[in-house]
Design a binder for this molecule. Structure first.
Ligand SMILES: Cc1cc2nc3c(=O)[nH]c(=O)nc-3n(C[C@H](O)[C@H](O)[C@H](O)COP(=O)(O)OP(=O)(O)OC[C@H]3O[C@@H](n4cnc5c(N)ncnc54)[C@H](O)[C@@H]3O)c2cc1C
Length: 362
């Protein structure tokens, strides 16, 4: 275990914001992680987990504790009767795992190309894009209970995945450290693309979107993501973000209808226009819910791509209204103030509460 004092979090988060972590502990395995938690106890400090920092807003004051940062990067593939099980350690960049699967002609995660962050964080919010989500291929995770020091194996039932959510995300901060995950992938050189803009990109490149070679699918995903500024690349303006800042709200049918009529009454929705919405899992009592587009609600509530925040050092991405970006020289407080402005205005215009996707650290 390597302990780094006063580790700057602006250098370790994709938003490039935040003060230092008192300590950052690089942990390669369970023993390292136990030692880091012991160190936190002895120092009377809290601890938390930081992967690639792409879904994290680090507070301007930094984090007054010990951050556990996974570094294990091994991948192992095991052939089974009808599939290949791939186990990857949590410190591996997620996109390297996708590249590995594509190279080995293993289908199941190619549409998740280009998502920043580490493998260990992928199940936490059940990463998803272009019609695929981690839950669809997840077998299990090796997890360290940082309170008891015990190793556990969590299957999909225990992970209790939902849309951009899981038992880890709902659980106690820092308690469960994912050390490795195992995915079930299909030995196939081809996969179908589900999303319209992805299908179009494949057609433009001469590939069959219903049976696209995995490498072509990966290339198409990366091209589409790049266009939307949804990759981390210092060359791309507006790439200092945490990706989508708000999750698409899942609301009761009545709330969806109410939002639509409010927008129509305010002249923010044309007479022949409908508000986009999709079926969402029903509530326990069976009542219907709809998933709404957070981007649509934000735009129709009066925001536009590229708009500056109350402090123009942060703003909305010029490529994607759902991404809040740090333009340089700003602070986490500026960003959170912009998020509050958006949340309040969307609630006023539509009655819908937006929820932040990235966690606030510190
Ligand atoms: C440009 C951009 C595009 C994005 N596009 C997408 C997208 O298409 N789809 C999508 O779903 N997300 C997207 N994201 C969000 C983000 O990349 C994912 O949520 C990613 O999985 C976060 O990984 P990370 O290692 O950076 O997590 P971090 O930000 O370091 O941590 C996020 C959370 O996971 C927890 N965590 C991290 N590692 C572990 C571990 N080993 N064990 C237990 N808990 C852990 C942390 O405690 C924290 O709560 C995007 C982000 C950016 C910046």
């Amino acid at each position: 275990m390597r302990l780094l004092p006063d580790a700057p979090l602006d250098a370790r988060t994709t938003l490039r914001l935040g003060g230092p972590a008192r300590w950052l502990a690089e942990v390669a395995d369970a023993d390292d992680a136990r030692a880091a938690v012991r160190f936190a106890h002895q120092s009377g400090l809290p601890w938390a987990i930081l992967g690639g920092g792409s879904n994290t807003i680090a507070a301007d004051v930094g984090y007054a504790g010990v951050l556990l940062h996974p570094t294990g990067r091994r991948i192992e593939a095991t052939e089974r009767a009808d599939s290949v099980w791939v186990r990857a350690e949590s410190g591996l960049p997620w996109d390297e795992l996708v590249a590995f699967a594509v190279r080995r002609e293993l289908a199941g995660i190619a549409a998740l190309s280009g998502i920043p962050g580490q493998v260990g964080a992928a199940p936490v919010q059940n990463i998803g894009a272009y019609g695929e989500q981690l839950a669809d291929v997840f077998v299990s995770a090796d997890v360290l209970d940082c309170v008891t020091g015990k190793l556990e194996c969590w299957d999909a039932e225990r992970a209790a995945f939902a849309y951009r959510d899981s038992a880890w995300k709902r659980g106690e901060e820092g308690r469960w450290l994912i050390l490795a995950i195992t995915l079930k992938l299909q030995p196939s050189a081809f996969a179908a693309a589900r999303y319209p803009d992805l299908r179009q990109e494949l057609l433009d490149g001469g590939a069959d979107p219903d049976r696209a070679p995995l490498a072509a699918l990966r290339r198409a995903v990366l091209t589409v993501r790049r266009r939307k500024g949804m990759v981390c690349d210092p060359e791309i303006a507006d790439s200092r973000s945490a990706g989508s800042f708000f999750v698409n709200p899942e609301v009761p049918l009545d709330a969806a209808r109410d939002a639509e009529s409010r927008l129509r009454a305010a002249g923010r929705l044309g007479p022949d226009e409908t508000m986009p919405s999709w079926p969402a899992p029903a509530l326990a009592d069976g009542s219907e819910r709809r998933k709404l587009s957070a981007a649509f609600l934000i735009e129709r509530s009066g925001f536009r791509k590229g708009q500056d925040g109350p402090n123009p050092r942060v703003g909305l991405s010029r490529r994607h209204v759902l991404a809040l970006v740090h333009r340089g020289g700003g602070s986490a407080a500026d960003l959170l103030a912009l998020a509050d402005t958006i949340t309040a205005q969307v609630a006023r215009q539509t009655g819908i509460s937006l929820h932040r996707e990235p966690r606030l650290l510190g």
